[in-house]
Design a binder for this molecule. Structure first.
Ligand code: SF4
Ligand code: SF4
Length: 186
């Protein structure tokens, strides 16, 4: 917490300062899908062209990430976005808003995390499992499932080792900076 007299910024300023350069909660790195609260949210998402589907018998509807409303910086349906999107404020954002983390530090953590995500994506492409229309964790899980059926060797084994290391670093960054329950796990 900032000491008395130090400048602090509010949540709105933290959102404007961080989110347009980040997008990790919309682009399929932090989450694989977004659950919807009610039929009104479902209608808005269907009207926006989202591929909504039933989550399961008890949890209603959801739509997949990467979100089709995310343009790389902003949400195309920001004013009517679902409640889960509205309510989610990652740890980093909350710390900046509370004056517990400098904006510059937060931006550098975002950049470091995005760089790790890009690296994982590129290594998955190299291994033949890059599917940018899927959440990053699902691409990785697909690769892991296929790996059990076929031995890997040579350059593939080298890239596989690199991928394991990068996934570990990315998982740590997501859990430490953004969301302790981040689902990017082997
Ligand atoms: S992960 Fe945090 S900083 Fe990044 S876009 Fe989402 S709320 Fe904003
Ligand atoms: S609806 Fe908007 S805020 Fe929600 S995941 Fe999609 S781009 Fe992000």
């Amino acid at each position: 917490m900032a000491a008395s007299g130090e400048s602090t910024i509010n949540q709105c300023e933290a959102i404007h300062g961080l989110c347009p350069t980040c997008g990790l909660c919309c682009n399929g790195v932090l989450f694989g899908s977004v659950r919807l609260h009610d039929d009104n949210e479902l209608r808005i998402c269907q009207d926006a062209g989202f591929a909504c589907s039933a989550a399961d018998e008890t949890h209603g509807w959801q739509f997949p990430q990467p979100c089709s409303a995310f343009d790389g910086a902003f949400c195309r349906i920001y004013d009517v976005r679902p409640g889960r999107c509205r309510d989610f404020h990652c740890d980093l954002l909350q710390r900046v808003a509370a004056g517990e983390c400098e904006m510059e530090t937060a931006l550098s953590r975002i950049e470091k995390t995005k760089e790790l995500a890009r690296k994982v994506q590129s290594q998955l492409h190299e291994l033949g499992f890059g599917r940018q229309d899927l959440p990053l964790s699902h691409q990785y899980q697909n690769y892991q499932a296929a790996k059990t059926d076929r031995p890997i060797k040579g350059q593939m084994a080298f890239t596989d080792g690199q991928l394991m290391g990068t996934v570990f670093q990315l998982t740590q960054a997501l859990k430490t900076f953004f969301f302790p329950e981040a689902g990017f796990s082997p």
